[in-house]
Design a protein around this ligand. Structure first.
Ligand code: LMR
Length: 325
């Protein structure tokens, strides 16, 4: 069965080699890009070469939506899509991570992603032929645009690119903006051509996709979280020899620790690089401006509760001690 799912090569001593194609959309020099390479190293070491991991970054193989379809079909074995991209698959609960300001910091977030709520969310993927293995961090998003962003009203009427999440769509509407769903690989050209006015992302993506060259204003709003679910084709995973699977589980655990250790420093480094470039004005909203963004965006939680599930939102509030102010 493995023959039709993963590709097979041969190890030096003639054993069939299991090849995992790991596709993703970001640059190699990002939290996810580095964690994917780390996973490759751990997986190949721990299986003593029985597994080979081929990492394809930067949407080289597939764009956002296509990569999920490719995984389900078995054309690739492993992905780490952002949590905002599971809605179109019918798993709306993942959009809870897109609720503005639901996590103030990584500690609050890890209570969910590294705890039982996170495990239950990953298990929901089984029904789609996908095995959810782990959550990897990126970080907190900032808005960028072609004009300064100090207050919510500054984004009024702007065409802002978002990922394929209904919560993000509602977030932009709450600011009076015009949400435009677009694959990640198309954001830079669209900004450059002026097809869109702005976007949101953690700074590591803003820097490595060169958005800073075509977006003169970046506001450190930290208004939402962007992270990843590490997923595999379930049939491929279930049919692996047990010893190989447990070595890969260990490789995932090691890579998760690594990913979550480097995410913040990668974003801090990217911010420094943007600052040094002198191409983008970086603005830090003050307390009053931050309160205005919160006031505009927190109502999105209630508006999206029926879609995501009010019990899940309540469970997260309880676990993290979320406070609206
Ligand atoms: C985006 O599409 O903005 C992000 O999901 C890209 C990524 O994977 O970090």
């Amino acid at each position: 069965m493995l023959l039709c799912l993963g590709s097979l090569g041969a190890t030096a001593w003639g054993q069939p080699q299991i090849i995992i194609k790991f596709s993703h959309v970001v640059a190699p020099d990002t939290p996810k890009g580095k964690a994917a390479e780390y996973f490759k190293w751990r997986a190949e070491t721990l299986t003593r070469g029985r597994v080979r991991v081929d990492v394809y970054p930067n949407s080289q193989l597939y764009k956002d939506k296509e990569e999920l379809e490719a995984l389900q079909l078995g054309a690739v074995q492993m992905l780490a899509p952002s949590l905002a991209k599971f809605g179109p698959l019918g798993i709306r609960e993942f959009e809870v991570f897109d609720l503005p300001y639901i996590f103030d910091n990584y500690d609050m977030l890890h209570r969910i992603t590294q705890g039982s709520v996170g495990r239950e969310l990953l298990d929901k993927l089984d029904a789609k032929g996908i095995k959810g293995l782990a959550f990897w961090d990126n970080g907190f998003k900032s808005f960028s645009a072609n004009t300064p962003i100090h207050l919510p009203g500054d984004l009024k009427g702007k065409r802002l690119r978002i990922q394929s999440s209904k919560v993000l769509d509602e977030e932009i509407r709450a600011l009076g903006g015009r949400p435009q769903v677009m694959p990640f690989s198309e954001v830079y050209p669209a900004l450059k051509a002026g097809v869109i006015d702005g976007t949101e992302n953690p700074v590591s993506n803003f820097y490595t996709q060169k958005m800073y060259l075509v977006q003169p204003y970046l506001s450190l709003t930290d208004h939402g979280y962007l992270g990843y679910a590490v997923i595999v084709n379930k049939r491929f995973w279930d049919e692996l020899p047990a010893d190989v699977r447990s070595a890969l589980e260990q490789a995932v655990r090691d890579s998760t620790l690594y990913a979550n250790r480097i995410a913040k420093e990668e974003n801090d480094r990217a911010l420094e690089a943007v600052r040094r470039s002198g191409k983008t004005h970086i603005y830090q909203p003050n307390a009053r401006e931050r309160a205005a963004f919160k006031q505009a965006l927190i109502p999105v939680h209630a508006r999206m509760a029926a879609r995501i599930g009010p019990d899940l939102i309540r469970a997260i509030y309880r676990e993290t001690g979320f406070k609206a102010n």
